[in-house]
Every structure is written in C-alpha cells, then in structure tokens.
Design a protein. Sequence first.
Length: 374
Amino acid sequence: MSGQVPELESRALYPSANFESKRSKIRDFGNPSTLHSGITAAYFMRFWPPTPMSIPILGDFLAADLLAVDAVIRQRLNSDVVLVRTVAEHIIAGGGKRLRPILVILSAGALGYSGKHHYQLAAVVEFIHTATLLHDDVVDASDLRRGQATANALFGNAASVLVGDFVYSRAFQMMVETGSMRVMEVLAGATNVIAEGEVLQLMNCHDPDIDEKNYLQVIRYKTAKLFEAATRIGAILGGAGDAEEAAMASYGMHLGTAFQLIDDVLDYSGDHSKTGKNVGDDLAEGKPTLPLLHVIKHGNAEEQALVRGAIEQGGLDDLPRVMAAIERTGALAYTRRQAEAESRAAKEALNKLPDSNHRNYLLQLTEFAVTRNF
C-alpha cells in the first residue's frame, strides 16, 4: 500500500479551505508498514493498545477475555482504504469502558457458556456502538469525546459518516459468520431501534414540551437497547430458556437506562478530567434531558421560562442560571433517584439466574452504574 490519499476521493471528502491539513493528517497515518491485519504501524505505536476507562469492580476478572475481544477488534478493522482504517482506529483507540462487550461476556458466563464465540459477538456489539458514536458526533457537531478530539473534528463529517457505515457493515458481516439466525435477529432489530432513537432525539432537540415518558423512550431506544441486546445474546450463547433470556434482556434494558440517566446527571455535575466532556454539553445542543425537564415541571415561573428558552436556543449563555435552577429544584437528585430505581430493577432481573462469579459481577455493575463519576 502506497499510503497516498487519492486526490479526487480526498477533495470530495474535504472540500473546505483546510483540505491540505486534513489530507496531510490522513497521509501521516497511511504508513505502508503494518501490524496485525492492516493496522498502520505509525498509528498503532502512537495510540495502541487503547486505554479503556477501567471499571474498578471488575479487577482482573475479565482481563484475558477483554484482550481476546481487542484482538478481534484489531483484526476486523482491516481495510485496504487508508481513511477507513485511520478513522476507525482513532475512535477505537480512544478507549471507553468497553461496557457492552463486558456485558456479552458476563451474560454468557452467567449462563454457563464456555466457548469462544462470545468474543466475536462482543466485538460486534462494540462495533455497533462505535458506529453510533461516529454518527452521533456528526449530528451533534461534537468536537470532544472522552477528552479527545472527535473523528469528525479531525477528519470531517463526510469521513465520519462513511466510516461509521463501514463499521456498521463490518458488524453485520461478523454477525452472519456466527450462523445464528436468532443472534442476527436480535442485533439487527437492536440496530434498527437505535436508529429510531437517534431520529427521536433529533426531533426532540430544542423542544421543551416533551415529557418524561417521551424522554425515557429516547433513552430506551438510543442507549438501553444495545445494552439489552448485549445481555440477550450472551444468554442465547449460554443456551438460556425463554425466562432466563427475558430476564437478561430486562437486566440490560434497565442497566442501560440507569447509565444514561447518570450521564444526564454528570452533564451538569461531572469533572471534565474524568468524564471527557464539558459541563453543559447537552444544554449547548438544546437537548431536553431529565434534569431540565424536572426544572420545567417543578421550578418557579422564572426558572421554567429560563430553561425553556435555553433548550429552544441552545448554547451556554444561560448555563450559570440554569445550573442554579437545577440545584434549587433538586433536579440532579431526582434524576439520580430515577437511575437508582432502574438499577434496582436490573438487580431484581438477575434473581432468575443461578449463583456464579459472572452473576455477582453483573450485580456489582448495577451499583457501579449509579455511583460512578465518569
């Protein structure tokens, strides 16, 4: 591979004035020396292995499993197109909690699975998540994720969307390889629901009139559905009966909802150095998250008008006053209580599973979901 960026392809992706700087970035990563399945040595040496945000409660319990999953991810990121490989590597190497792959592994183990197919499916789930991030950041015009520049900020919107499509399609190739129609049904259905959730969120942006029920629907579709799919396919691999499979799906759905609600809390209270996000990012994008909806419902007339206007206009001009209204109405405490209710529901769903180390770690994740600060 020459490492050169085709002129026509590159100019189509980057028609702006800063084309040459972006083209230079891509060329730098197109080193012909490669490691593993086509991953460029220059990029690999700079950013790999990824540095996931560790989940302290897991310790080293899944260390070998996650190394196996990362090996699958490295192998299946292969593409002869340098830009595809570069953008995909950028977001994968950005780290993250690897929570969704962890859920596949723990769920399969909790049902007694002892094979190797869960590594491929864990990677599939991570690829679906990765593709949604690439697309999300374009839709939200985000320039920061996990404390690093987003792919769209570095390479442009067109590159992020198209590489997101590549990652999605690679995930579906890997699904087919499993030969399980049931697994394909679950993951294809989840991907479709996630897309619907993205559209619902887009429709809700800058709309202060949505209610809590509609907001929770967005969470269930956009975030919790992939958690649910991860735990369900783990159960399927473990040969679960209908009741156990449904219990694991319920666990994932409630856990994912709890995680997103705590993300809503951290958006107004988190430490940038730990969350990798700026305080008020959701407000800047005009997203009516639960803390804001609580102020609209329970604040005084001035606070209600303030928050409604902030959602409609977006931006951060009113952030200090919005933060004061959130504090006075107890909106973060309310949102946290809702997350804790979801966490308890997730915990109760595990009552149908036999006792095991994997089940115990699934239980501990319900606590981590609502006590974390990143």
